[in-house]
Ligand binder design. Structure first.
Ligand SMILES: [Zn+2]
Length: 193
């Protein structure tokens, strides 16, 4: 058992060296596993009501990766016109509009003709800002919650949160700024000029 443990740590240390992450060690994160189970790269397990995995030697929530994967998937064909999505702008357009670049150009052309383009553009910008602030909020809250368990997935954050922060105060501050940002987005969206 000891021998096995030693080997695994050595392999991880080597991989970190190869990747240039000399200061990082997987031992620290493994140390926080309550059951001290032997986890390895790619394992998925449940702990504290969350799904976890090891990616690049770092323990992290699996749902986060899952979400990221879903966003990155691009279908082969445009759902609107059925043509093969091979234009270099297609991935970006699909992410926003769920259709290919050509279909977006066509749609925007119609909006310009009908005098609805400005309104449409404003909504795109506001939606973008909305999704940005939602990502930011969940990221910050997650980081804060994970620090309750004396555990932070990204190595650099461990020290920062460790210094005995007032979690309730930080949480309130985060929520305050998020609400303020959301308000400003809504004002922008409803502004007529
Ligand atoms: Zn299309």
């Amino acid at each position: 058992m000891l021998n096995k443990e030693f080997k695994r740590k050595d392999v991880e240390r080597m991989r970190n060296l190869i990747k240039g992450k000399t200061g990082e060690s997987a031992e620290l994160q493994v140390g926080y596993n309550t059951k001290k189970e032997d986890r390895k790269e790619g394992d998925i397990w449940e702990e504290g009501g969350k799904k976890w995995t090891i990616k690049d030697g770092i323990k992290q929530t699996y749902t986060k990766l899952d979400k990221f994967k879903k966003e990155a998937i691009l279908p082969l064909f445009c759902p609107e016109c059925g043509s093969l999505m091979k234009n270099r702008n297609d991935p970006k357009m699909y992410k926003i509009h769920k259709k290919c670049f050509d279909c977006v150009i066509e749609m925007e052309g119609k909006l310009i003709v009908n005098g609805e383009f400005k309104e449409y553009e404003k909504n795109i910008i506001a939606n973008n800002a909305d999704s940005y602030v939602k990502h930011l909020e969940s990221y910050l809250m997650e980081a804060l919650n994970e620090s309750n368990n004396q555990y932070i997935s990204e190595r650099g954050e461990v020290e920062r949160w460790k210094g005995g922060i007032n979690k309730k105060e930080v949480k309130n501050k985060i929520q305050e700024s998020i609400e303020d940002f959301k308000d400003r987005v809504e004002k922008y969206r409803n502004n007529d000029d």
